[in-house]
Ligand binder design. Structure first.
Ligand SMILES: [Zn+2]
Length: 385
């Protein structure tokens, strides 16, 4: 693998408030130097551009097509066809500068196969962390992915089977969801003891647990059981939002990761009151010190896989964040909180997963849509025509 020196532009390291001069040297898949031109290898002209760490998507579904017909498409896919669909979505994400993705729901065998194919270079795509089929109650949220399990014994077996198959995370549905008819989005799907069995078994085997939760009762059960990341965490109640600030403070004290899945889909919200409540919740989560990461739930209707950059604009608006604060949540912060200390920051020794965009994303997040180059593991995997 030849060394590459990116010259002529600026760099944002994933942490700082501002930019530094770009000369950035990558060698053997790693960052070799930042801010110093060692004259190594081939030269890549990044004039007018900003070099930054590749983006990390905290919650994705490669197997969904982001369309309103998602369920019919999902049900009609053969396994082979679904794998091809996942490969295409992964490629689109990589070309948008998303170099790491946590996939929190797909048929387990396919998710693992896809992750390994991307990792080996068999197909172009981001690094995947996969959960496989979410663990859910019989007929519960996303049961059609194949992860039904009821009662402590079945739950423990479900965790063991996933770890045996090779998943990176355990995903459990702590409440129902609007995408699955016949489930209750507000109520908890499992008891605290049942969720605790999932967490115990996962932790024993060195895996962390991500819990889908909308209704406040489900969030409460998941926190009580000690799950590691709360997905959506929307505090949905019978009459609008049912926010529990004491619970939020407890989440912050526990260090629970919050993955709020705020996306470009929110632009379609007509209800101003709903939008205002979500903004207040997002600000409360941040000000309480919750460990928030950027995530969009891409693949669901109206949320294209490549739209993390646009989702960050919405997250910044709702959360009252500067562009740099939003960018950290999709780079250095998410790398740290997802347990990936080898990426997310431009410093010697870290993986050379880079996004090069025209302009300055630390001033204007819209720059994220102007992708010039994507580098993964030290190789240029995408160059804009
Ligand atoms: Zn999801």
């Amino acid at each position: 693998m030849t060394a590459i020196t990116l010259r002529g532009g600026m760099a944002w390291d994933g942490l700082a408030d501002g930019l530094v001069d770009a000369p950035l040297v990558v060698d053997e898949g790693r960052i070799a130097a930042v801010g110093t031109d060692t004259g190594a290898g081939a030269s890549l002209d990044v004039s007018g551009c900003t070099v930054m760490p590749g983006l990390i998507e905290g919650h994705a579904h490669l197997c969904f097509n982001a369309g309103n017909d998602w369920r019919a498409v999902f049900d009609n896919d053969s396994p082979g066809r679904m794998l091809l669909r996942m490969a295409a979505h992964g490629r689109a994400m990589l070309e948008a500068g998303i170099t790491t993705v946590r996939d929190l729901g797909a048929p387990a065998g396919l998710a693992i196969e896809m992750r390994d194919a991307f990792a080996s270079g068999l197909a172009p795509g981001p690094d995947l962390l996969v959960s496989g089929a979410p663990i859910t109650t019989t007929g519960g949220h996303c049961w059609f992915m194949g992860g039904e399990a009821d009662g402590e014994l079945e739950l423990r077996k479900a965790v063991r089977a996933r770890v045996k198959a090779g998943v990176d995370w355990i995903k459990v549905m702590a409440t129902g969801g609007q995408m699955t008819r016949g489930t209750n989005t507000l109520a908890a799907q499992y008891s605290v003891d049942e969720l605790r069995a999932v967490v115990e078994e996962a932790h024993r085997l060195g895996r962390r647990v991500a819990a889908h939760c909308h209704g406040t009762a489900g969030i409460r059960a998941a926190v009580e059981a000690g799950v590691d990341s709360l997905e959506h965490c929307s505090f949905m109640g019978r009459a609008g939002m049912d926010r529990d600030d004491a619970l939020i403070d407890r989440m912050a004290a526990n260090g629970t990761v919050v993955s709020p899945t705020i996306s470009i889909g929110y632009r379609r919200w007509r209800d101003e009151g709903q939008r205002k409540q979500r903004a207040e919740l997002t600000r409360r989560l941040l000000s309480a010190g919750c460990r928030v990461i950027a995530s969009t739930d891409c693949g669901i209707p109206s949320v294209p896989h490549s739209a993390l950059g646009a989702g960050l604009e919405v997250l910044a608006e709702l959360g009252g964040l500067t562009p740099v604060q939003a960018l950290r949540l999709a780079t250095s912060t998410s790398a740290e909180l997802l347990g990936l200390p080898d990426r997310g920051v431009l410093e010697p020794g870290r993986r050379a997963d880079l996004l090069v965009v025209s302009g300055d994303p630390t001033r204007d997040l819209a720059a994220l849509s102007r992708v010039r180059y994507v580098v993964k593991g030290g190789e240029v995997v995408f160059a804009a025509p």
